[in-house]
Design a protein around this ligand. Structure first.
Ligand code: ADP
Length: 334
């Protein structure tokens, strides 16, 4: 398990819960999105109707589930939670939508992974608030239309491009969540520390934010590990030294890179002289699946400018060479 992974681990959903803000005001960062969302919700409330369906797109761990709970909380309505992979048949979705209350929020995580037949049922439910229930089997089967109360679907996706356009078109409001700048992660860490009842000084919050890969879930997880370290070492307040020492133990460096990230950069620079190198060769060199290297390491390394993808393969940038303390060959300048 990688401590810097943006996906929830083990029972982390439970610890995620206690750190979830429940109002738009306490949701940290994403100012533009919050302003748009507030307007959208206020308008619906003034009109006295359930708001249009909402699509939340963005990488894992940035607050999509949290935002959907905030929407339900702000509207004062219940929320039902499901996910694309949890729905195996259209019938599963039919029974969920037909039991919704007026105004209820239906949160569908990983909505891009809904089975085809369920997707089609969802189009109709979202647009016409109707579901066709099949009665009987074979030639005698017939479908009975069932009218649904008005409800609001909030779909979350990490792969917006995989959503079929008819489904995308049914959302009245789409929000894209972005990685958080360190200044916002610092605030988030201080807030979480408050909730967890630990003292973290501002420099420590800053050091943690630098290592959180722009992702609230990672920030909260690192904070918990640092809390463990502080407890074991009998500290009453977490300071920057504690953060550095604790995270060194977990092999997370000053830029939030872990052992695998470093192994990838080392392989490109040392074994392949800076690249270009193909994904499969690179993965073999670090002893990982190509998919892990591609989906887990690369996005962050590319985003932070350590690695570039070119048509001929991956290359290490000047930043990678200097981060490893190595001198690049003459032609690497960027
Ligand atoms: P996603 O659904 O996008 O994977 P979550 O909503 O589950 O992400 O968020 C992961 C964790 O990060 C939760 O514990 C949540 O409380 C916290 N979190 C995410 N975004 C924010 C934010 N803007 N402010 C405060 N906490 C946040």
């Amino acid at each position: 398990l990688r401590i810097i992974s943006a996906e929830p681990q083990n029972n982390e959903q439970i610890s995620d819960e206690e750190l979830r803000p429940d109002t738009l005001d306490t949701f940290i960062g994403q100012p533009q999105l919050k302003a748009q969302m507030k307007l959208f919700l206020d308008a619906a409330q003034l009109r006295g109707v359930a708001p249009d369906h909402i699509l939340l797109a963005g990488p894992p761990g940035l607050g999509k589930t949290t935002l959907s709970m905030i929407v339900a909380h702000e509207l004062g309505v219940p929320i039902r939670v499901t996910s694309g992979p949890a729905i195996q048949h259209a019938g599963d979705l039919a029974s969920i939508v037909s039991s919704l209350e007026e105004g209820e929020v239906l949160f569908i995580d990983e909505i891009h992974r809904l089975p085809r037949a369920a997707e089609e049922l969802l189009y109709i439910a979202m647009e016409d608030f109707r579901v066709d229930v099949m009665v009987g089997k074979g030639p005698g089967a017939s479908s009975i239309p069932l009218t649904l109360p008005r409800f609001t679907v909030i779909g979350a996706t990490t792969r917006e491009g995989m959503l079929p356009s008819p489904l995308r078109a049914r959302f009245g409001f789409t929000a894209h969540l972005d990685y958080y700048p360190t200044s916002e992660l610092e605030k988030l860490i201080l807030r979480s520390a408050d909730v967890l009842g630990i003292h973290v000084d501002t420099e420590a919050a800053y050091e943690l934010s630098l290592r959180s890969r722009g992702t609230p879930r990672v920030a909260n997880r690192l904070l918990r590990r640092v809390r463990d370290w502080a407890i074991v070492h009998g500290l009453t307040e977490v300071n920057a030294d504690a953060v550095r020492d604790a995270l060194e133990l977990y092999q997370i460096d000053s830029e939030g890179l872990d052992r695998l990230d470093i192994a990838v950069l080392n392989a490109i620079c040392r074994q392949f002289n800076g690249g270009p190198v193909g994904l499969n060769n690179l993965a073999a060199m670090v002893g990982e699946e190509s998919e892990t290297v591609e989906t887990v390491c690369e996005p962050y390394l590319v985003r932070e400018g350590f690695l570039a993808r070119t048509p001929r393969g991956r290359i290490a940038t000047g930043k990678a060479w200097s981060h490893l303390g190595l001198t690049p060959p003459n032609d690497v300048t960027s």
